[in-house]
Design a protein around this ligand. Sequence first.
Ligand code: MV4
Length: 505
Amino acid sequence: MNMEIKKIVVANRGEIALRIMRTAREMGIATVAVYSDADAHSPFVRFADEAVRLGPAPSSQSYLLMDSIIEVAKQTAAQAIHPGYGFLSENAHFAEKVEKEGLIFIGPTAAAIRIMGDKLSAKEAVSHFDVPLVPGSAGAIKNLAEAQEAIGRTGFPVLIKAAAGGGGKGMRIVERAEDFEEQMNLAVSEAQSAFGDGSVFVEKYVGSPRHIEIQILADSHGNVVHLFERECSVQRRHQKVIEEAPSAILSAELRAEMGAAAVNVARSCNYRGAGTVEFIFDENHNFFFLEMNTRLQVEHPVTECITGMDLVREMIYIAEGKPLSFSQEDLKIHGHSIELRVYAESPRNNFLPDIGTLREYRRPDGPGVRVDDGFEEGMEVPIYYDPMISKLVVHAQTRTAAIERMIRAIDEYKITGVETTLDFGRFVFQHPAFVSGDFDTHFVKNYFQPENLDSILTQEEEEVAALLAVSILESSKSSSRVSKGGQPQVKNATSEWKRNRGALS
Ligand code: MV4
């Protein structure tokens, strides 16, 4: 099927709606926003060529209304719907409905979404391809005997997972054989009530993994490429906070192996569009397939930075039936990119959402800085949706330069009125474990305490502190050199103080 798309309905909100519309605009494609009452004055609504109200703020009465969104596409004579991430993006039923109405779903087929949406059918599909799987039960465990057979091969600890789960939902770690039966029964009833499907399976528990995912693109002509990895190990309770590309620890060989495995995962479900294959990576550098996310991901900008590709543009071309215009050999990694998700949350208070009004809001700028946001000064962060304010993304030649650039951009970012994860980000980017690249998915749990935030200072504060420290030192030697020093001496004092403060604290 070859069909030129002239108008797109963006079935999403906030930063991702705006990001999708920007690419559409560049491509000469008209955009239609759909919005809830909470978002009536949002930048994405103003940016769109047309905007249609869906309903009140709750998603169930707005962004999740499949028939209303399809109706908007028909009324505005749009050819296609882009679902973004979250909301209806991984809803096979919606993808199916859209296509039944003769519209284009800018995403995978309903069949691929279904296969990958069920973690067991995903494992079954990829098992016929060359993809490493975590040792465990082949399918759903229906009784204790089947579980014991699998555990005989894995040993303890094991992880019980819900087939309908994903993203960490419905998982239980079991350390000892005597706890297994009780935990399995709990897992089944939990899965039944949470997902309406009580199927569970067991896997060997990988204790301290890194989370490394591979971006893939597949067209409808059988061409599949990977766009390298994103390292997403810095997360809390399955909520990613920091992502980077490339990973600090992947060798070129492992990268090629994981890329090939991800391409196989895509082939196993006849994938089409942009997708992400998640792996866990253990201490011995073994990697295992976990799940596939059949959507554009929040963290896609870091991949765009290092590859120079526009993933939304590629998604649209693929949806139009065009073949990929490049091959695997054309793709190269350029420099290093890091993303910090800026949430309206309080890191000092267990990361509880801190919604309210953005009293001051000034974005960082300058070389290698990209801010994907959907808010402006004076706007309120609504309580109804994910409290992400923006994604702060930097790109530089090396990982070290990217970290330095990120700290500079965090210092430049001014948000008042709500608490944010900006200073938490500064803490991570200054932490030796992050800087060295030696960390895993337990980073936050292992290293972060709210008190840490009170001891980290901005660049400006460091300079003041340095000046003070030096002047105290100098005055105790009864010298007057400091007062004559001026700026250059401040810089020297700062680096001097930075070098010394480890010994002081
Ligand atoms: C695992 C695992 C260890 N062993 N599976 C969490 C999200 C979902 N995609 C699967 N997850 C995990 N599966 C086995 N066999 C550890 C996790 C996990 C995790 C994975 C990626 C990123 C963050 C994580 C945090 C906790 C647990």
